[in-house]
Structure formats: structure tokens, C-alpha cells
Ligand binder design. Structure first.
Ligand code: SF4
Length: 347
């Protein structure tokens, strides 16, 4: 199998149909024993300090020999990837572009998928067969997500980990599905989590993921919605491949993302929202739109190159959880006082 690195989620059905193994370089970077060393390698090669750490990590992973060929998503993900692609080519790596269209239009998506299939010497018919073959794995991912928010049997970290790794199925879709099936069987034997605060996490996956989820749960709260990670799993079953990549909200505008986020916040009965932004990322500006649209308490946190939560962030998160608890107590009190009043604050 030919291994191809990717800079974000690309339509893995096309890669698999072409006999390639997709490897999400973000996962390689963040699971590396020494992720710092990859960032240092990028900075030594000339990447500015004011460049996103994920981009530097991807470059470092390529320089370490993790991918000789890379699909760079030039539209619908990151404004830095076009330049990253040019630098990778300079370093002798075969870098191929892939662009999501600027809007989720089925015909435009089909055209881009076909162009990718042609680049990789496969066909849309073959990709459609792979799409069908992956359907059962994607259904299991949806069940994992349901067990997280509806039955409380899966932790926020586990939810993150399985969903985020569905971007490349850990390099082996068959094995991934087998392990996931077993994981779900094991989960069903557990006792449900009993957190008093339910949180949503929106934004790109955090650079300090392991520490953040552990910290949230150590504080008696739990993340029951991981927005972008869930999108990587393609949570809306579709008959056609191009339709699937029109329902995938991450590459498109904030409007599409919010159409996914807002109903999920209500469905999952979330108390508060954490919006993560990565330092030097253009997506951070979207915080303005998110704050305008989300009518729940919202905490924006920024990560840069620390792979664990800084003391400052811990304090911020603790204060946020405290505020949610106090707010809840306060609203119960108001509810009790106003029971039966003409203001309609019934219990
Ligand atoms: S966090 Fe933002 S800047 Fe960094 S790779 Fe992702 S989209 Fe690009």
C-alpha cells in the first residue's frame, strides 16, 4: 500500500479506492513521543514563531520521513497550507493539492472528488464502493457518540480520540472498526458517568487534548459534544460520496457549522461551551460569530505550543465551571421564588 500523508481530513474513500493508506499528519504530530522536536525542526527550517503549531508539527513530521507524499488541503481548512505545500515541494516531497469548494454544492464537491480520483489513478465508481464499505464503521462512530451524550458511557477524551482518529482510521480501517466494535461492547458494561456539568467543545482539536479532557473530568464536568472531531467521522449517513462531503461542515462557512452546532447543544442538554482557538489561526476570528450565535455561557481558550494546560488556563476553566454551578443554583432559586408568579418562572 502507498502511504499518503494528509494535512487534514480528506475524502479517505478516494485514497483507499486508489490503494493508498491515508495518514493524518496532525495525528502523527500530536501522538509523537516528542512533538516539541517536530516544532523545533520546523522553526530551524525557517518557519516563524508566529506560525500555527499544527502547521509546524506537520512539516516536522514530513521532515522526519513520516510521509513522502502529502495531500495538502488548500481550500476549506487552513490559510497556511498553500505555502506549506510549496515548502514541502522544495524539500523534495510530492505534495498534491486538494480543494473543498467554497460552498457545499453537490456538483462542485463531485468535481473536486473526481479531480482527486484522477490524480490518484482511481475512479469515482471505485470510491463509491469504498464509501459503501465504510458505512458500517461510520455507524459505529455514531453509536460511540450517542453512548457519550445520551447514555454517559463514554468519556469526553475517548469520544475525542475515536472521532479525531476517524480522519485516517489510524491507517487501517478494518482493524480500526474491529477495535471500535470491541470498545463499544466494553462500554456497555460500564456504569454511566455522573457529572453535574455537561460541556460542548467547539473549534479545531486542542493542542493539549489529553490534559484538557482529563482536567475537565477531574472537576466533575464532562464534554459531551466534540464538534469538529465529530465532523471528521461524517455523522450524516448519505447515499452518495459527494453528498457526504456536502454535509461535512468543517470546510465551509460558519453558517454551515452553526447549523450543526446549535441543534446539538440543545439535543445534548449542554450547560456551557468551550470554544478553542489556536494561536495565529484565522479561525480564531470566527469567535465573534460563535459568541453572537451561541446563547449559552461560553469560554474561549487559546492554545499555542504548550501540550498541557497552562496554570492560567486551568484557573480560567475552573472559574468557568464554578460560574456554571453558581448560575445553576441561582436560577433554581429564582425558579423557586417565582413559582406561580405572573412572570412565568415556574419550576
Ligand atoms: S489551527 Fe488554524 S492555522 Fe493551524 S493548521 Fe488548523 S486551520 Fe491552520
Amino acid at each position: 500500500m502507498r502511504t499518503i500523508g494528509t494535512t487534514t481530513t480528506v475524502p479517505s474513500e478516494v485514497l483507499l479506492a486508489a490503494g493508498c493508506t491515508p495518514v493524518d499528519l496532525n495525528n502523527v504530530f500530536i501522538n509523537h513521543a516528542y512533538p516539541d522536536s517536530l516544532v523545533n525542526a520546523a522553526e530551524n527550517a525557517g518557519f516563524p514563531q508566529t506560525c500555527c503549531t499544527w502547521i509546524k508539527g506537520i512539516f516536522g513530521a514530513c521532515m522526519e520521513g513520516q510521509a513522502e507524499e502529502v495531500i495538502c488541503v488548500t481550500t476549506g481548512d487552513c490559510s497556511n497550507t498553500t505555502m506549506l505545500m510549496e515548502v514541502l515541494r522544495l524539500k523534495g516531497i510530492r505534495a498534491l493539492p486538494f480543494a473543498y469548494p467554497d460552498r457545499p454544492d453537490g456538483r462542485l464537491v463531485y468535481r473536486q472528488l473526481k479531480a482527486l480520483a484522477t490524480q490518484l489513478d482511481t475512479t469515482m465508481q471505485a470510491a463509491a464502493r469504498t464509501h459503501k464499505a465504510l458505512a458500517s464503521c461510520r455507524r459505529l462512530l455514531m453509536e460511540l457518540d450517542r453512548l457519550t451524550w445520551e447514555e454517559g458511557l463514554v468519556s469526553g477524551w475517548e469520544n475525542h480520540l475515536w472521532l479525531v482518529s476517524s480522519s485516517d482510521f489510524d491507517g487501517d480501517a478494518e482493524d480500526y472498526q474491529k477495535r471500535l466494535r470491541q470498545f463499544l461492547l466494553d462500554c456497555r458494561k460500564r456504569h454511566a458517568h455522573s457529572e453535574d456539568i455537561r460541556l460542548a467543545y467547539i473549534g479545531v482539536p486542542p493542542i493539549f487534548a489529553r490534559d484538557m479532557y482529563r482536567f475537565v473530568e477531574s472537576q466533575g464536568a464532562r464534554i459531551v459534544f466534540n464538534e469538529v472531531q465529530r465532523q471528521f467521522s461524517m455523522p450524516h449517513p448519505c447515499k452518495s460520496l459527494s453528498r457526504q462531503y456536502t454535509t461535512y461542515t468543517y470546510p465551509y462557512s460558519m453558517k454551515e457549522r452553526l447549523e450543526d452546532i446549535l441543534p446539538e447543544l440543545a439535543r445534548r442538554q449542554v450547560d456551557g461551551v468551550i470554544h478553542y482557538v489556536q494561536a495565529f489561526c484565522h479561525r480564531g476570528i470566527g469567535d465573534i460569530i460563535i459568541r453572537d450565535a451561541v446563547k449559552l455561557p461560553l469560554l474561549t481558550i487559546e492554545g499555542n505550543h504548550d501540550f498541557v494546560l497552562t496554570p492560567n488556563l486551568r484557573t480560567k476553566m475552573e472559574a468557568f465551571l464554578d460560574m456554571l454551578r453558581r448560575g445553576r443554583r441561582w436560577s433554581y432559586k429564582v425558579g423557586d421564588c417565582m413559582k406561580g408568579s405572573s412572570y412565568g418562572f415556574g419550576a
